[in-house]
Write a protein that binds this ligand. Sequence first.
Ligand code: GTR
Length: 418
Amino acid sequence: MHFQTSPLQNAAGRHLLAQWCIGCLVALACTASFPPADAATVRKPVDQLPVVKELPDPFLLADGTRVKSPADWARRRLELIDLVLSYEYGALPPAVSNVKSTVLSSGPTTRPAELPGATETNVLLTMGPENKIALHMHLLIPAAPADKAPGSARFPVILRGDLGWKSVKPDIAAAVLQRGYILAEFDRTELAADKKDSREGGIYTAWPDYNGSVMSAWAWGYQRGVDYLLTRPDIEANHIAITGHSRGGKAVLLAGALDERIALTAPNGSGSGGAGAFRFQAPKSEAIENIVPRFPYWFEPHFADFIGHVDQLPFDQHSIKALVAPRAFLETSGLGDLWSNPEGSQQAYLAAREVFDFLGVRDQIGFAWRAGKHEHNLQDWTALLDFADWRFFGKQPARAFDTLAFPQSEKKFTWAKP
Ligand code: GTR
């Protein structure tokens, strides 16, 4: 079983696949789970890596030249995918092409009660060798607009993988449906349990030797959720957004960085191993030496080698955000959630924005701060819906998405876009 194929070996094929996947309606055959890097060849021991104190220049190619054109960036993007998977998250599970869906129940919903005409569907997805992997998805679907014939309406979708922490609160579900979005939820831990040394969950049943991280397995789950959504006649294939909170937000960042079918990537409160820079830890924030010993299974095992050597990591989290470009990216966060390093997230946002700017899509990256703590609340969801309405449909938002929460925070990089 192949867990380790360098994306650089088949860059042209991947590009074609990505193109084909965009707008693809028959997605069961579409296996855009990006193969993991060949860690053995890509990963160098930490002591052979140069010390880079600032956030590393994402435009610097492996051959020492600097990106000059969007085509160069496409090449650099593949290099960064290799680095990120090899050093930080490890392999994604193998691609599958046999996602099957069975509707378990479908009908009117009273949830949220104030939205007449909304429906609810529970689906069982199976996939993988001998269909051993099971993943449940719950969808809330708005009523079709009055001017649409029954069955002809299409909706944008927000896909959330945190169902294991319960469904969103009714006010959030109502907000999503009122804006005309489908809310699709699944439990990422059905695929890989959120427990140290457990190796429980569908991925391990299907591939007992899977050696990637649980984070990579969760990101893979988002990709399979997208496979399924793209088979539904009622979704707008080019308007799929993904979101998740905290550890779920970290998985969202990775999934959105890799999968070009995802139009909007929106991690919330994702902090360490997510939106926050490892090289810039604001006071009371979670650093690599805190997160890796507690949650080693979220990372590639050699990532622990960077404890005490984080300035030798050949990238930082800004590079992962940059992989989303030119697609849309929004991070939401509570300013009181110090553990999730809001100031370090702003640093990584500013650095990633250079890439969006270089590609001529500066408005595609946004940041929405709010007062308050570690939660994924209605304010965060409202920001996401405002941003999605703007980026998907051109509805001018009432708020700005580039307001800095820490305007005095000195930039942690000296390079700029070419
Ligand atoms: C914490 C962890 C964070 C974050 C959080 C969560 O214990 O240190 O990185 O993932 O859990 O998921 O709520």
